[in-house]
Design a protein around this ligand. Structure first.
Ligand code: SF4
Ligand code: SF4
Length: 369
């Protein structure tokens, strides 16, 4: 039986450190061996400050590093940001300062190793550090996600795909959100973190997972020895039916969601704001193909916030963004609705926007249900 632990928490290191130690001692004690290589995988999407609620908080990372050191193991903190340098991100969000003086290896994923993630993908390139680590401690941030509805523990392991290979996988899945979810589940199973601790102290609602979202104080840490169980508990907390999250929909179909023991009181978070149109992707089973084709939300730019930095165009795997007329324009025919552009916009100028088809369908579904 999997174990999930929920605790109230603040970014106050005096109280946070013993709490993180308690979670790791309960969930991962026997897995961390002296001299073992422990990969700590936070969410380091792109440059942001702790108050933006985009990245795993530096104090959580520090507490985990200290625990690993206390066990006599060798900690490494790594990720592959969507955009920008890993070192700059660590500096700007305060992780470099939080880890100062600790003997910890901090570096981006660079080298890859082939790992078999099963049919239909076979052997794919995954960060060598993840493939070869003795133990992985996964530190996701609780955020909304314009494509996947929420990004939690399972989604966080997609960061083990290095650099622009992520875009190639987005292109391969195209607009089929379920196909992308199947890939994310397979990657997660290949790296299989021993434990995950979700930073839900300051979460992100609205148009996440980047700066288009809005910070929302929830004040919890959720630890688990199974990512699917953790993600289900987080969904319940924010009032989302887990089957509406593509990753958990796939996991549920494959009977990968284990029974779990829940320790702690789960707060009920009222009116947690989701990305526009997010709930429509998974309607009634018989309508899913139709819904995907006609009702997926689309990216939209707020010209007043856009500074024409070009980062969205740089990341777009479908080359669906043009900026040559002094403004950002999307090619709807090419856009695969991956929302990588929304994810990386440093100024929060991009949002997901519900289409007319989406609005009409939502009203119809509401009227019929
Ligand atoms: S939308 Fe955002 S990422 Fe794109 S050019 Fe404007 S500011 Fe830069
Ligand atoms: S425009 Fe945005 S949502 Fe569309 S394919 Fe490009 S990055 Fe993805």
């Amino acid at each position: 039986m999997a174990q999930v632990i929920v605790r109230r928490a603040e970014y106050d290191y005096g109280r946070l450190r013993p709490l993180v130690f308690h979670l790791l001692e309960t969930l991962a004690k026997d897995k961390i061996k002296p001299a073992g290589r422990v990969l700590i995988k936070p969410n380091m999407l792109s440059a942001a400050r702790p108050g933006d609620a985009v990245l795993t908080h530096p104090l959580i990372i520090r507490a985990v590093v200290e625990y690993v050191l206390e066990k006599g193991a060798r900690p490494q903190v790594s990720d592959s940001p969507a955009i920008g340098s890993f070192e700059t991100i660590l500096r700007q969000n305060g992780t470099a300062e939080a880890l100062q003086g600790l003997p910890v290896d901090c570096r981006p994923f660079r080298e890859t190793a082939a790992a078999d993630i099963g049919k239909p993908y076979g052997r794919i390139d995954i960060a060598r550090d993840a493939v070869e680590a003795d133990v992985i401690i996964n530190l996701p941030k609780l955020k909304t996600h314009s494509q996947m509805l929420l990004t939690l523990a399972v989604k966080n392991t997609f960061g083990c795909i290095v650099g622009f290979k992520k875009s190639q996988w987005h292109m391969r899945a195209g607009v089929d959100t379920l196909a992308f979810a199947r890939l994310l589940v397979a990657i997660h199973q290949a790296v299989k973190p021993a434990v995950s601790i979700l930073d839900g102290i300051l979460a992100l609602e609205g148009d996440g997972p980047g700066k288009g979202g809005s910070p929302r104080k929830i004040g919890v840490l959720i630890g688990a020895d199974d990512s699917f169980a953790l993600d289900c508990v987080a969904c319940e907390m924010v009032g989302v039916a887990y089957k509406n999250v593509p990753i958990l929909n796939v996991a549920s179909d494959r009977q990968m969601i284990p029974s779990f023991d829940l320790d702690g009181v789960l707060p009920a978070v009222a009116d947690f704001r989701l990305p526009a149109g997010g709930r429509l992707v998974f309607g009634p089973q018989r309508m899913q193909n139709f819904l995907r084709r006609h009702t997926l939300a689309e990216p939209a730019c707020d010209a007043a916030l856009c500074r024409m930095c070009g980062k969205c165009r740089e990341i777009c795997p479908a080359e669906a963004i043009a900026d040559d007329r002094g403004k950002i324009e999307f090619d709807d025919g090419k856009c695969i609705r991956c929302f990588c552009c929304v994810e990386v916009c440093p100024y929060g100028a991009l949002r997901s926007r519900e289409t007319l088809g989406g609005r009409i369908t939502r009203r119809l579904i509401n009227a019929l249900s």
